[in-house]
Design a protein around this ligand. Sequence first.
Ligand code: PBG
Length: 328
Amino acid sequence: MTFPESRPRRLRSTPVIRGMVAETRLSAADFIAPLFFDARISRPEPINAMPGQQRWPVEAAAEVCGPLAEAGVNAVMLFGLPDYKDDEGSSSWQDTGVVQQAIAEIRRSCPEMLIITDVCLCEYTSHGHCGLLDGNSVDNDRTLPLLARQALSHIEAGADIVAPSDMMDGRVGAIRGALDVHGHSDTPIMAYSAKYASAFYGPFREAAESTPSFGDRRSYQMDPANVREALKEVSLDLAEGADIVMVKPALSYLDVIHRVREAVQVPVAAYNVSGEYSMIKAAGAAGWIDEERAVREVLTSIKRAGADLIISYHSLEAALAIRSGRWS
Ligand code: PBG
């Protein structure tokens, strides 16, 4: 059938009919909210480059996770700003580390919250790279035991899932091995499998104080030009024991999300990163776009591309908009 028999506009005439035929629906349960905990502060500090986001002291765990839980956001992803940094990032695996303490506080104040931790060294190393240095390059194999130690420490502090974001080869296997040996064979790993070397991490690096002191991350993060390589990274991580695979960033990589979704049988997560968030916030604040509509459109596009889980700084506002009925 073609025009005039076929008229797609028939199914667009009212909000009710549009709602009935919508192919993609957002739900608060899709979201994972990233949170920054800072060991050196006693009050929340706004993050300049990420309007609406804060760095939280550990004691504020209830203040931050209460409203999320109330809005139906069931999962958080934790990042830490430690009280000291060194060459190997040892503040990342201390029992008294900032993420370890935040895990305990969240467990206490929001017992149902799913706690995912980002596993990486860049927030904890004095040089800001994601692994141990050998001269000016990152030593892949010597980094693996350190990542495994950090992941184990997060799980022993009470985290539910670890999410390695360092992009070292073999790290999923190293972490899986360490967890299994210590009796955590039921703990899932969410792997940042296709993580690109992206300009869109800029605001995060300000938030987490994790800018590399020299060079960049292109010797370990992926080249934005590649998609077959993303499928290869995903299959390597699955072979090493990843339970959930991730594509990051999301918006410039919707094709990658789609290709990964078609290629695998495990859940696919997508990370709607800091720069993607801040662009919307900046344009919204300037009055150049309708911010809430833009947020809805962005999140819908990530889900439509094939993401089962969306890690986003918009999580709370999205969940509130969904609950209010404005997005149905
Ligand atoms: C740590 C890490 C980064 C992000 C998540 N984990 C920064 C980076 O790789 O430089 C970025 C998240 C964001 O931009 O929101 N390696």
